[in-house]
Write a protein that binds this ligand. Structure first.
Ligand code: SF4
Length: 415
């Protein structure tokens, strides 16, 4: 197995002074020994996991966690577990390999291009569907563009010149999403360069940045960072921050004040989060999370059914379980708070899980890779539990949904 140099973070935060969260900011925690409530025995047990998947948490987020409580949802979010290695699932659950056009560029839906600008985040989510390059200590699972990757290259790149050329040649691209990794970990100077370059392309209107920094380390959202983002917003080409609040305990006074500052600066805030067993798989929690976000001016946008990514087995729910949670959560929410769609981000498109009717689950393509699938409705027997629509859907035919035993993914061929 080829081992990478690991994540030094050097590519991302090359000017720490610009991005400093606090005057005496503590360094990111990457050693389990710095955490209270993690026994020596647990540290030893997790050693093999850490050889394959990194651990990283910001001091801010570490303080939100009760480390002595093994069921603490925020602890489960970031603390490695041995279950991560006992998995037959794929590293590329949504077939992102099919979307890569040039180095660091994915293009799946006509109007939207993704630029993968960093593999670093303020903390690492154990369920990350891109753990192949965020958590993984090896570069073995990185996906290569058609021209291949050099030995030292990663799947992500700060060199967006191939991406800019690709976008310039595709006038149908009106939206660009900066992603990774977490693009808000980049210094304001780096972001300035990227945003200014994108603004040189007339057909690019909306620019989105997907980020969990408002939840993981809101102190990094400095006036300098907000200023750079706000200066590149146009009257008809807004800057959207796609926040990633997964649990209501992440909504703290500090994160709310940073959300408020971003809103005042004219940024548009939307939230997308996965539905995860043991973290937020409770109607009351989903209602609290989306209700609080709407109260703060953040639009609940997507709730993602957990993707069957390698090591995510323990986080997955069946679609039937997820639908029950979402339906109950919606009952207590205002119209503003229930603007989100519950979707499975499948290789063939975003499949919205609409509801149940006459013993059938009703699903619909919200976005489709193939125009033939656009808005297509299909059903699946509600009494046959499924974790994920079958991977081998052909354009023009709805994905079949193989049944699975609820409660455990082990040994299932359903994914
Ligand atoms: S913040 Fe996003 S990209 Fe980073 S580990 Fe979490 S889910 Fe993955």
């Amino acid at each position: 197995m080829q081992m990478s140099q690991g994540h030094t973070g050097a590519e991302a935060v090359e000017d720490p002074a610009e991005n400093r969260a606090r005057p005496m900011a503590e360094p990111t925690i990457r050693n389990l020994g710095r955490l209270p409530g993690i026994s020596e025995e647990e540290r030893i047990r997790l050693g093999p996991v850490l050889e394959q998947f990194e651990f990283r948490v910001s001091p801010y987020y570490a303080e939100l966690i009760d480390w002595s409580d093994r069921t603490d949802p925020l602890r489960r979010m970031v603390l490695p577990s041995e279950e991560e290695l006992a998995s037959d699932l794929d590293f590329d659950a949504s077939a992102e390999a099919e979307n890569i056009r040039v180095h660091g560029v994915q293009h799946k839906y006509a109007p939207t291009v993704l630029l993968l600008v960093t593999d670093v985040c303020a903390a690492y989510c154990r369920f990350c569907f891109r753990k192949r390059f965020t958590l993984a200590t090896s570069t073995d699972q990185h996906l290569a563009p058609p021209e291949g990757l050099e030995d030292h290259e990663k799947e992500t790149t700060l060199d967006i010149s191939p991406g800019l050329a690709y976008i310039a040649e595709h006038p149908e691209v009106t939206n660009v999403l900066l992603t990774g990794g977490d693009p808000l970990i980049l210094s304001p100077r780096r972001l300035e360069g990227i945003l200014a370059a994108l603004r040189e392309i007339p057909h690019v209107r909306t620019i989105r940045l997907g980020s969990k920094i408002p939840a993981f380390d809101p102190g990094r959202i400095t006036p300098a960072l907000i200023d750079v983002l706000a200066r590149h917003a146009l009257p008809n080409g807004k800057i959207y921050i796609m926040t990633h609040f997964t649990h209501s305990r992440e909504i703290t006074p500090l994160s709310v004040s940073k959300l408020t500052e971003m809103l005042r600066a004219g940024l548009v805030l939307n939230n997308q989060a996965p539905l995860l067993r043991g973290i937020n798989d409770d109607p009351g929690e989903i209602a609290r999370l989306f209700g609080s976000l709407a109260d703060c001016g953040v639009t609940p946008y997507y709730l993602f059914h957990c993707r069957p990514t390698f090591g995510n087995d323990a986080f997955m729910l069946t679609i039937q379980e997820g639908l029950k949670i979402v339906s109950e959560a919606r009952r207590g929410l205002s119209g503003l708070a229930k603007r989100f769609r519950y979707v499975a981000s499948h290789a063939s498109g975003k499949i919205e899980i609409l509801g149940e009717m006459q013993g059938e689950l009703v699903l619909k393509y919200h976005e489709a890779r193939s125009p033939e699938d656009e808005a297509r409705l299909f059903t699946w027997p509600a009494d046959q539990p499924i974790y994920w629509p079958e991977e081998t859907a052909e354009p023009g035919t709805p994905p079949s949904c193989r049944p699975a035993s609820p409660g455990s993914l082990k040994g299932q061929a359903s994914l």
